[in-house]
Design a protein around this ligand. Sequence first.
Ligand code: NAP
Length: 278
Amino acid sequence: MKRVELFAYPAWHSLSPAMQNAAFERLRIGARYLTREVPPGELPAAVAGLRDPEVLGANVTLPHKESVLPLLDAVSAEARGVGAVNTIVNRGGALEGHNTDVSGFMRSLADLKFDVNERKVVVLGAGGAGRAVAYALLMSGSGEVLVHNRGKERAERLAVDFSHLGEIRAVASDELETAARACDLLINATSVGLLREGMSFDETPLPAGQLPAAGAVIDLVYRPARTRLLRDAEAAGLVAQNGLPMLVYQGAEAFSLWTGHDAPAEVMLAAAEAMLAG
Ligand code: NAP
């Protein structure tokens, strides 16, 4: 039986095993997707283990997405551009790194029928997800990308890193309301609103009165399915989307890279929804 591993630390309750195993079963591919707790010091050995012919590849999540790059034989232009890998493919013992968050996000935008061309976008958060989203937007021709982060230096670094790709700048707290009200698309790429132990999931990264006057709001959070941000956006008459489409599409692209088959995205979505409901 072939296998795909998810490297995480700490290991958390991911939806990916349910999504990927449902896809393997639907296409009758003899493979299993397993979560593996990999402490940072053990990453080199875990990556070396992926060269095994029984391994199709891996997903990589926090805190390994950046540190894994130098351990690979080749890295795609997107992963190199973002500076992070979320998918590794074992091609006959040579390890190839990809970032499917970029295309996953763009496919989720296409579902909304939102053309970013020349539009003004505000991205809240400059962590791994914020970087993938900002990169995708600039590569797709966004007019201007404005990034706000709680820790301002991280947003400034992101803007400098991507300045060669298009118009991007960091916005400070005192400029955020004006920028957000005037933008066409607002994206929450922070973990604010995420349902997790010890945190109020009714938090929002932006008060309702500061939402865009028109356009769309995407919250990359998918647990809960309707965050306070999305409920406020809907109440304001804005188009609203949660992070589930992006999660499914990044997984679907990874599946295709490992297997060479088109992924059954609807089967993966149903498996993810069943996990969230359970
Ligand atoms: P990360 O690299 O750890 O970044 C976390 C981000 O959240 C940083 O911008 C951080 O700001 C911000 N943040 C955390 N707590 C905050 C608070 N109390 N107030 C304001 N900002 C806060 O994580 P990540 O990988 O980018 O993930 C970010 C979110 O995106 C998570 O909710 C994750 O589930 C979601 N995500 C979804 C998908 C999907 O497929 N839908 C994919 C990737 C990520 P500082 O820099 O100031 O700490």
